[in-house]
Design a protein. Structure first.
Length: 280
């Protein structure tokens, strides 16, 4: 496995792999790898011959008061996990490598970035789409793998790839959860034991919501109220949003049907957690 810090070296190694007839799979990450990331790497290995993982904490997707400085960066452990999971190339650039000068060019996907997480994180998705476009240009993968936990991100990246006629396929993989149902996230490490216990209510609220739908409830407001009631069991939880939307357009809908995304964001102290389910 190669661990590379420079763009030119990555391009050279990927070009050689492609000239050898290999398909290129790419898993972009911000590091602090957990089983959710590893599931993406395994999916990439199943589908592709040459797997690239980027580890880059992208400053342009963090707001001024967000957790850029304290975001976990266990790079040695991350590299070890990549090697154990058959990654061929790890791209671990410095900020100066990805942003050599003041960035004046941005990729901005409209409308679907303005709701859900975008409503409280201005410019977040502009940073995500811009860095992904840069990484796609560097790695030139055939397939790029993202997790369903970040559902809005996956929808936005797929739309960017489609609108800009990028020559790759976005593969969205299922959410990986802890034993109590909490979706795995690098930010879970911020939680105290008491906070971690209450965080499980996030998935419980979605389970209760699914059971309500299976019993025949379709009214979005009724389902939203049920989710809010479950989350209110903990005084530590502050609800940021509960959104019931069409999975592709991310527009609010009044009645649940197949293809509905139910997404929730909460805060426990200073930790922001998101989760979602798809109604099938």
């Amino acid at each position: 496995m190669d661990v590379i810090q420079t763009i030119n070296e990555v391009k050279s190694l990927v070009k050689k792999a492609r000239s050898d007839g290999k398909t290129i799979g790419f898993v972009p990450t911000m590091g602090a790898l957990h089983e959710g990331h590893l599931s993406l790497i395994r999916a990439a290995n199943e589908k592709c011959d040459f797997v690239v993982v980027s580890i880059f904490v992208n400053p342009t997707q963090f707001g001024p008061s967000e957790d850029l400085d304290k975001y976990p960066r266990p790079i040695e452990k991350d590299i070890e996990l990549c090697e154990k999971n058959n990654v061929d190339l790890v791209f671990n650039p410095a900020v100066e490598q990805m942003y050599k000068q003041q960035n004046l060019t941005w990729v901005n996907v409209e409308k679907i970035t303005e709701c859900l997480c975008g409503s409280s994180r201005p410019n977040h998705f502009r940073g995500v789409t811009t860095v992904c476009a840069k990484l796609f240009n560097i790695v030139k993968p055939d397939f790029a793998f993202f997790g369903q936990k970040d559902a809005q991100q996956a929808v936005v990246i797929k739309r960017m790839v489609c609108d800009l006629n990028m020559d790759l396929e976005i593969v969205v993989c299922p959410i990986v959860r802890a034993a109590d149902g909490l979706a795995l996230s690098s930010r879970n490490a911020y939680l105290t034991p008491e906070q971690r216990k209450d965080a499980a209510l996030l998935y419980k609220s979605l389970q209760n919501c699914r059971q309500l739908i299976e019993k025949g409830e379709k009214n979005s407001q009724t389902i939203t109220d049920q989710i809010r009631t479950t989350l209110s069991e903990s005084p530590l939880i502050k609800v940021e949003y509960i959104s019931i939307v069409d999975f592709h357009s991310l527009e609010d809908i009044g009645r649940v049907s197949a293809g509905t995304l139910i997404a929730v964001a909460i805060r426990i102290a200073n930790t922001r957690l998101i989760d979602n389910i798809l109604v099938d």
